[in-house]
Design a protein around this ligand. Sequence first.
Ligand SMILES: Cc1cc2nc3c(=O)[nH]c(=O)nc-3n(C[C@H](O)[C@H](O)[C@H](O)COP(=O)(O)OP(=O)(O)OC[C@H]3O[C@@H](n4cnc5c(N)ncnc54)[C@H](O)[C@@H]3O)c2cc1C
Length: 327
Amino acid sequence: MIIHERMSFHKITTFRREAPINQLLYVRNSRELGKGGEYAYKKGLPVLLLGDGSNVLPTKIGFNGLVVIYKTPKCTFEPLSDNIVRIPGGQSLRATTLSLARCGMDLTTFSGIPGTIGAAVHNNSGRTALGRNIGECVKEVSTLDIRTGKTHSMTNEELVFRNRSTVLKEPNNGTVITSVTLELPRMSSKKTMNFYKTVFRERYKKNREGVFTAGSAWINDTLSRVCNFGEETIEGGSIQTRDLIKKLGLDKIDINGAHLTRKYCFLRLEPDSSGKNTRTSDDDIRALMNLVGGRLKDEFGVDPVLEIEIIGPNGMISSEDFLSKNY
Ligand SMILES: Cc1cc2nc3c(=O)[nH]c(=O)nc-3n(C[C@H](O)[C@H](O)[C@H](O)COP(=O)(O)OP(=O)(O)OC[C@H]3O[C@@H](n4cnc5c(N)ncnc54)[C@H](O)[C@@H]3O)c2cc1C
């Protein structure tokens, strides 16, 4: 077990923010996860689990414990029947969808989403525009409690899938998804590969705009009721949060490197010449988030919910704690 000391979040999260990490450990499977948990327990360190770091924002203080990065290097899946497969939780979602497509199993809708499959299930990741979320394919998951080493399994119902959340998305509950069992539509591999290529092409530009971001910072919901904006009447259900942000011109604001991208309104932390973000403070990000939240509420009665998770000094913190500096 190799523990890396005094590391930074800039290399392991997509925001590329410079923020210190006390200790860092890479693991590939349940056995190594268990050892990492045991080590943290013996040393009395808080543990933070990450996959590809594409849905998290570290605060400038960094993390005062052991960060465990769970990624499975090889792409494998275990067929349990004709249309049911079991996949390691640390595996890349993109590589998994490709290898399943080659075998005529369709998970392609989610192929453009960065990150690992365990994290995608934890967050019920998906495609808002298509109204599709990964939870609809999940039969069950195997889990490991990183604090106690106890293993367990949870059914789809027990996970309680909601819009970009599950019961596991509560700060610091310690549950790692070590494998995911999926039930998928079966078709010819030619058809699934064509689907895969279409999604890949369509997502290419979106993911390019997503560099130094974690995708949508807020859940990109649709407006639930009719609203008047100047002379314009906007019908409920007709417009997404990011389009409301654009209507308010909030995509043109930059607070010391914190800004929203032009097309998709992803929160982006502008890097400096070193390729990482060092200059944007937590107050800058807070100011931008409060401005966006306040204007959406005042103009459209919308209370945007953060989709990204915020890493505080001892573990994940709620958006309320971040916005009120309570960490
Ligand atoms: C350019 C871009 C586009 C994006 N587009 C989309 C999109 O279209 N739809 C969408 O839903 N999301 C999108 N995202 C967000 C992100 O890709 C997803 O939320 C993804 O599922 C996060 O995976 P990760 O491995 O990077 O998780 P991380 O950011 O590393 O972790 C996120 C959370 O998952 C937990 N976690 C990690 N691994 C596990 C595990 N094995 N078991 C249990 N919990 C775990 C972590 O503790 C943390 O709480 C986008 C991000 C980017 C950068």
